[in-house]
Design a protein around this ligand. Structure first.
Ligand SMILES: [Zn+2]
Length: 263
């Protein structure tokens, strides 16, 4: 699945340093990963759109796992009200661009990671260039608005890039994985952005800080599984999380015959 693997005959110690062998040892001893899998991760490139509640755990776990290149996209500065859930940022980062704060935290955790920053919001003018910039292998939708979610979906479908969708609200979350040619896209399920009538009230904006932690961690898991080519992905399935009842439900979703994006 990943074209960056190495041949079976190559000596692992010539490819990974002793420090890397130790850092990633708990990955490498897993039969699902192994040294070849770790090298795949080190050669992988993942774009994370949004460096907030969802983007924080995604970026931290992918950095810790040794994903070689992480792209961070976010136009915003760190605000005090972010820190209740956006765990990649700290109190001393207030007022700083989120992509720079994120890059610093990632490189403190793992200097192996090449962090590419895009301090801008995604729009139809720039998203294709951003995805093509490093020819990213996988895209993470860690955004908080429908316009960006549909834009990421439609662009990834067009460019045939796999991506992980997630959405959170209050005490609920959902996530699905799109793989080209293998199951429905986000627009198959949700059709169109809902009409914007008025700004959300305070209750609508509320979210328990751990919710993006749970859902973002699942997005990171899906990314690693995709890059390694292991297990069953959330393709054709929407995982819905209800923290109040502590319930995870997998809802079967189908490709829509007349989908504007993928058909
Ligand atoms: Zn579709």
């Amino acid at each position: 699945m990943n074209k960056n693997g190495v041949g079976g005959g190559e000596c692992i110690s010539m490819i990974m340093t002793n420090e890397q062998l130790e850092r990633y040892s708990r990955n490498i001893i897993l039969k699902e990963v192994g040294a070849q899998g770790q090298i795949k991760l080190l050669n992988s490139k993942v774009l994370i759109v949004g460096t907030g509640g969802l983007g924080s755990p995604v970026a931290l776990y992918l950095a810790a796992a040794g994903i070689g290149t992480l792209g961070l996209v976010d136009p915003d500065m760190v605000d005090l009200s972010n820190l209740q859930r956006q765990i990649i940022h700290s109190s001393q980062d207030l007022g700083r661009p989120k992509v720079l704060s994120g890059k610093e935290t990632i490189n403190n955790l793992n200097p192996d990671v090449d962090v590419v920053t895009y301090q801008e919001g995604v729009s139809s003018d720039n998203i294709t260039d951003i995805i093509k910039d490093r020819d990213y292998d996988f895209v993470i939708d860690a955004t908080d608005n429908f316009t960006a979610k549909f834009l990421i979906n439609d662009t990834c479908v067009l460019l045939q890039k796999p991506f992980s969708h997630a959405g959170i609200s209050k005490l609920y979350g959902q996530t699905m994985t799109y793989v080209p040619g293998n199951g429905p896209c986000y627009r198959c399920v949700f059709l169109n952005p809902p009409p914007v009538i008025e700004p959300p009230d305070n209750d609508e904006k509320g979210v328990l800080g751990v919710i993006p932690g749970v859902i973002g961690t699942i997005q990171a898991t899906e990314t690693i599984k995709y890059l390694l080519g292991i297990g069953e992905l959330l393709t054709g399935k929407l995982l819905v999380f209800n923290a109040l009842d502590m319930e995870f439900r997998k809802v079967e979703i189908a490709t829509r015959i007349n989908c504007e994006a993928c058909r």
